[in-house]
Design a protein around this ligand. Sequence first.
Ligand code: SAM
Length: 286
Amino acid sequence: MVYDFTRYLAAKKTVDDRALNKDVWRAFKALLPPAPAVIEVGAGIGTMIERLVEQGFINCGRYTAVDNHPPNIAAARQRMASLTPTLHVELETADVFEFAARVHGRQAWDVLVAHAFLDLLDIPTALPLLFSLLKPGGIFYFSLNFDGATILQPAIDPAFDALIEQLYHQTMDERLTNGQPSGDSRSGRHLFPYLRKAGADILAAGSSDWVVFAGEHGYPADEAYFLHFILHTMHGALHKRPELNKARFNAWIAKRHAQIDRGELVYVAHQLDFLGRLPMIKMAAL
Ligand SMILES: C[S@@+](CC[C@H](N)C(=O)[O-])C[C@H]1O[C@@H](n2cnc3c(N)ncnc32)[C@H](O)[C@@H]1O
């Protein structure tokens, strides 16, 4: 199998559609100004822009999407070609922190979106920089923040399954990008204090778990590929861990792939969504 990140992000769209917390989603729609200036960070191939347009959240205004992986922005450019012409979409290949530094004091947005992104960052350091992209009183929508549970069923070997889950989460907590901490396997629950500390009001929050299973016609859409990619990611994260016997771990991964091929694997990842607002007066710390 060829593991392609842009295909994974496309396959993830239907999983995300089901997962998004519907109360937080509806509250987000109610809060959007008529022709907003939106910025999305870590925007991938643009599936959130499509979702917002398809579901009638946004049909005009300006949408800036930033991602640092050039193939994602190239894929987004193709997908955006058929989107409504009344929404002005700007696609930027950039590191979001470099982008924020570049536009600081020159540009600010009404709405900040981060979808399946914050759990890749050191959130306490990142939040003030991300919030600097918003106008005072600006709205933020932070969805799919991973929160400490990866469930794979049916069990293969409960003790070994649990060890793999624990080590997988540990790799998120120990991740470094450019020598800096960048990740948190419990980012969902930690966002409550982090957001308050950053001076933001939380207006809505709720769970947005990924739940993937095969129905009578198998897995929906391209979700079997999504599952294979998740296992490939777990393998990449763990195959050098000294705590895991290599042969035993490789056999475990192969069994999980075979469970997908038979339509047996059920996958659940616990995540949380947040909607909030910045105060009207800029805090001195921001
Ligand atoms: C898990 S993916 C989610 C993508 C998209 N939001 C979605 O859900 O389909 C995380 C994205 O963040 C991007 N990314 C990671 N670090 C970044 C950074 N420092 N600046 C900009 N983009 C970043 C990656 O290229 C990737 O597309």
